[in-house]
Design a protein around this ligand. Structure first.
Ligand code: AMP
Ligand code: MG
Length: 451
């Protein structure tokens, strides 16, 4: 079973609940796919992509395609953790403010230099943080535990030092290989590269790294009513927002969006626009997959590949298309047809496209964080689908409060913008009332939701 099991499974219709069929539209709940079934069928078409070698800083969020073994020890040499005096512990045993140990200062070593002398009994070398500890020294005593400041104030030369404390052997000495010893496995293949991994890899001296490449995802909007942003809106038209919310979601999921623009609801244009999908790892279209649509989208997609048109038992985002564009001599390209309504497109993307992109990136499909919260307003479920209600989640008095972000129509995109989570009403419940417990998929996990 999928690990993407958000919420509950559909129950059998003999579970005692009233069966919630939709009547007269050709589809009953029986021939709808559950979210899990649709997920399984979509995800079965995706594998981890091949690797590429890239400059380190361009690999953020990508998955390591090689084990990283350290060519060196970190730190390479024993070095000082403080500004102070490198000395032999045996020379300061029992030292105190009243009975200081007086040593001859025979040199100085700064970070980036090599000591030119060894510390012998009765001597010390002034040392700065990060500087290699000289041979013979085993301990660094910080300036604060010496008469260094007093000497400077009094204008005395720094060729002598009084040590006021007996500090443990090895104190403030960072041994060679303390962090990493040479030849060890530092980062395993499969690790996701975050800021810390970038730092670790840089500390090994590497400026390039092999990672699973990012999938190129072509985005195509369909519809005669769509207008390009940045142009005046003529009567009856709306701006194409799906291309943008989908492209942004692709980027946020780690993919590389390739915008193909708007295909009109006619054979010629749709066919022409689909030519530009060549070389993409996935094509995401929007609209043209629901019942009232021009059959043209279905016809064209069927003509160019193997397509399935599904009803998924969820709200929003019931209609979904999935299949492959097939052209001779090239790899089949998976195509996911999202519904046209802006919220449906985003929710279907979240449920099916994001996991597909993560699979191609070589990432484990760990679901979004889920929290249990309390509803501040009702969720209605009229027709036995799994409802994903847009909610704003806030932590108040240790409880996650989920407030529906207004009318839940799948065309109301601002309600998605106000939401940071999707609260789930299982398909076998007629709704959830204010005050009830609810499972919430967290779309954002930011400072607004304190953990
Ligand atoms: P359709 O699936 O073509 O019936 O579209 C469903 C609804 O989504 C209609 O109201 C469309 O106008 C709207 N819609 C379709 N494509 C887009 C888009 N790219 N941007 C914004 N709204 C869209
Ligand atoms: Mg349309």
């Amino acid at each position: 079973m999928t690990n993407h099991n958000h919420g509950h499974h559909a129950r059998n219709h003999d579970s005692g609940h009233e069966p919630l069929h939709s009547h007269g539209h050709g589809h009953t709940t029986e021939d709808m796919l559950s979210v899990e079934q649709a997920y399984e069928r979509v995800l079965a078409s995706f594998q981890t992509l091949d690797a590429e070698e890239k400059p380190l800083l361009e690999c953020m969020g990508q998955v390591l395609a090689e084990d990283i073994t350290s060519p060196l020890a970190l730190p390479p040499l024993a070095n000082s953790g403080m500004d102070g005096y490198a000395l032999r512990h045996s020379d300061i045993a029992g030292a105190s403010q009243e009975k200081p140990s007086n040593l001859e200062v025979i040199g100085i070593v700064a970070a980036g230099q090599m000591p030119d002398k060894a510390v012998v009994p009765g001597t010390a070398i002034r040392i700065m943080t990060g500087a290699p500890v000289p041979d013979g020294a085993d301990t660094v005593v910080p300036f604060e535990e010496t008469d260094e400041v007093q000497r400077k104030r009094e204008g005395k030369p720094l060729d002598q030092v009084a040590i006021f404390a007996d500090m443990p052997t090895g104190c403030n000495v960072r041994p060679a290989g303390e962090d990493v010893s040479a030849g060890t496995l530092v980062l395993e293949k499969g690790t996701v590269i975050r800021a810390a991994e970038v730092g670790v890899i840089a500390s090994l001296g590497m400026d390039k790294v092999k990672v699973i490449r990012r999938p190129v995802v072509a985005v195509l909007a369909t519809g005669d009513e769509l207008e390009n942003t940045g142009t005046p809106l003529s009567g009856g038209k709306i701006y194409d927002s799906n291309s943008f919310s989908v492209a942004a979601s692709i980027a946020a999921s780690g993919g590389v969006p390739r915008l193909l623009g708007i295909a009109r609801d006619n054979l010629t244009d749709l066919n022409a626009k689909l030519e530009a999908t060549a070389g993409a790892d996935l094509v995401v279209t929007s609209a043209g997959v629901s019942k009232g649509d021009y059959d043209i989208v279905k016809d064209v997609l069927n003509e160019r590949g193997e397509m399935n048109f599904w009803s998924v038992r969820m709200r929003p985002a019931k209609p979904l298309a999935f299949g492959h564009l097939i052209s001779p001599g090239v790899k089949n390209i998976p195509l996911l047809g999202l519904p046209g309504n802006p919220v449906s497109a985003m929710v279907a993307f979240e449920m099916f496209a994001r996991p597909a992109i993560r699979t191609m990136l070589g990432k484990a499909n760990i679901p979004r964080p889920m929290v249990e919260g309390v509803l501040n307003g009702p969720i209605r479920n009229e027709d036995g689908r799994r409802v994903y209600a847009r909610v704003e989640v806030e932590l108040k008095d240790g409880v996650y409060q989920a407030t529906p972000t207004g009318p839940q129509g799948s065309n109301i995109l601002t309600s998605m913008s106000r939401a940071n989570g999707l609260a789930i009403c299982p398909e076998d419940l007629a709704g959830k009332d204010a005050g009830e417990q609810v499972q919430i998929i967290m779309l954002d996990w930011n400072e607004e939701v304190q953990v």
